[in-house]
Ligand binder design. Structure first.
Ligand SMILES: [Zn+2]
Length: 198
């Protein structure tokens, strides 16, 4: 028989699920509408002193935990939504201007930005095109897919693209024996811990 874990929901109810079940599976089992609206999950492993953290809805749950599904109604999901929007912006820019080199793109208090390097600055017309492309990519419903790579391979990947700023971040923020976390949205790949909206 498959290993099971216990999931505690915010209403205090508990359910036993197969180990490896995702928060999205849990949301679906509560209601398809919740699953549709879900942006990210808040997971607190039972007995952990680290407290809770936000994780991708697609992340397998490996141990007993309190799980909360966040939608846009939860203020805590806003930062994830904004950072995911920055990824979408970068994906749109790479579609239109593939020569662009990537810095980083955090959420801010009022929205988000992405740092780009190009020989030629963006014009106001470019910004309109980028916004249109972002809307197009939304329609395509491309997932935010996470991947783990050995650090060396990750560095080589960004080096081959000439993404010198990404290489700098990897060198600065990871240890040599670490696996690094990447997120892909269309043509855009970020060195990024996440989490992201689906
Ligand atoms: Zn990111």
């Amino acid at each position: 028989m498959a290993d099971t874990i216990k999931i505690k929901l915010p209403d205090g109810s508990e359910r036993e699920v197969v180990k490896g079940t995702t928060a999205l599976d849990v949301a679906n089992s509560i209601s398809p509408r919740l699953a549709q609206a879900a942006l990210v999950a808040k997971v607190k492993p039972v007995g952990s002193s680290n407290g809770d953290r936000l994780v991708d809805l697609s992340r397998p749950l490996e141990q007993d935990a309190e799980v909360r599904i966040l939608t846009e109604k939860d203020p805590e999901s806003l930062e994830v939504f904004r950072h995911s929007s920055a990824h979408l912006l970068a994906a749109a820019v790479l579609e239109l201007f593939p020569e662009t080199k990537l810095g980083h793109g955090p959420a801010t208090e009022s929205g988000f930005f992405y740092d780009f390097y190009r020989e030629k600055p963006f014009t106001p017309e470019d910004l309109e095109k980028i916004e249109k492309k972002m809307a197009e990519l939304v329609q395509q419903d491309i997932p935010y897919a996470q991947d783990f790579l050995p650090r060396k391979e990750g560095l080589e990947r960004f080096q081959s693209e000439g993404d010198f700023m990404k290489c700098h971040f990897i060198e600065q923020f990871t240890a040599p024996d670490e696996k690094i976390s990447l997120y892909r949205t269309g043509k855009f790949v970020d060195f990024c811990r996440g989490p992201h909206v689906p």
